[in-house]
Write a protein that binds this ligand. Sequence first.
Ligand SMILES: N[C@@H](CCC(=O)N[C@@H](CS)C(=O)NCC(=O)O)C(=O)O
Length: 241
Amino acid sequence: MGLEIYLDLLSQPCRSVYIFAKKNNIQFDYKKISLFDGEQYSEEFGKISLIRKVPAIKDGDFCLAESVAILTYLAEKFNTPDHWYPADLQKRALVNEYLSWQHSAIRIHGSKILWLKLMIPKAMGMEVPKEKMDLAIENLEDALKVFEEKFLQDRPFIIGDQISLADLVAIVEIIQPVAAGLDVFENRPKLKAWKDRVKEAIGAELFDEAHKSIWSCQEYVETVDPKKFEPFKPKIVKYFL
Ligand SMILES: N[C@@H](CCC(=O)N[C@@H](CS)C(=O)NCC(=O)O)C(=O)O
């Protein structure tokens, strides 16, 4: 049995795994798990991941969740070009440093903005208190400042001259609030120039293909029936409001 990857490309960690596998010609069976249809709660997906989140993989009998674990597993198993996850101890440590930091920084705040700015008010028809939105934006801005000053500095990519897993994970997360209508690249020329380099290194076609569904989420929320989100409401309210 070959490699199966369980994904919903609306999700930023899914996009990093998808782009990485495609860019490195890793053959896999694409298993779509539609989060808004609640497919992560199905009995079948529960056998792949009890965490019930995407991405997840099944490689033969081996199941693995968590995008960072998946990306590093794929890099090692398929011996992808060194720049993605360098063998050099300190370069690899710097990639790991970013991958450890991002979860509670860019990822969480970027994702929050997508929900507070778009999904909760427009798709679910619920009011978002202004102070919640302001705090989420402030937190994201603080995280982007750390990203530029500590992680990027004046280098083309996070750990030097070539793209690594750190840049890939960063870009898919930074796109999330942009797709919700918050242009974080405006007035951040260094960030914008880095984004353009990352897109070029990935390849514009693959980059755009992976981001197609998240770019269309502003249209999606205008047409979706709010009843679709009823089952998720308690969880969303608890988590975001
Ligand atoms: N730390 C995990 C996060 C995975 C995650 O939160 N996935 C979300 C989509 S972005 C999910 O599947 N959510 C489904 C749910 O919570 O019901 C990773 O990096 O893979």
